[in-house]
Design a binder for this molecule. Sequence first.
Ligand code: SF4
Length: 224
Amino acid sequence: MDSRLCAALELARKAYGALEPAEPPGRWTTLACVVLGQIDATAQTSRRRQWFTGSILASPSDVAEGKDELIAVSLTRGRRSPRKAGVLRQLAQWWLTQFGDESEVGPWKGPTEQFREELVRLPGVSLELANRLLLFVGDHAVYPIDRPTVRLCCRHGWMAVEDEYEVWQSFLVGGFEGETRWLRQFCLLAARIGRAHCGRVASCDGCPLQSLLPLTGPCEPETA
Ligand code: SF4
């Protein structure tokens, strides 16, 4: 365990609670929540959940067979970006080839690299999204290296922007000893801190991680 990451997780939990994903790993609905940016349970209202479960989006086979326009209408009704229709349909078709039309399949069994390669081949699936799906849906020990995490780790001097992708993975995944629950929590908490304090400009006063800063203050990502 990396003591800096553990301390950060602990402090963030004290400030915001132990954030949990809206859906557990292994479900199609979890995948849809990740794609739609609704994976933080506290961001999902009961109204939004009701819309989701009653829509075409709740079933992988309906999405796979649906036209993009139909999926887009459903997304618009739920006040989500209709531009996600294409990637959702691609992922639904991939899901059917992997798991059939089951909506709940448990953790994905198989090599992480193989899943990642298949996912990034789909139009609209970035490496970051593939890793997010692997962690939140597949329950694989990888980290979606996103902007909030990069800013946080660089400003604290733990990592540098120019560090290789594998070095980032090893710092974060190794730092939490591959414990997927902590990786998910850290990812959600980093996003929360990013929105509240650690955006384009760091606003460290009152940030839960202020006590972990270097004595000289935050390093800027470009120079960390
Ligand atoms: S706002 Fe400051 S204290 Fe908070 S995470 Fe960013 S660099 Fe750290």
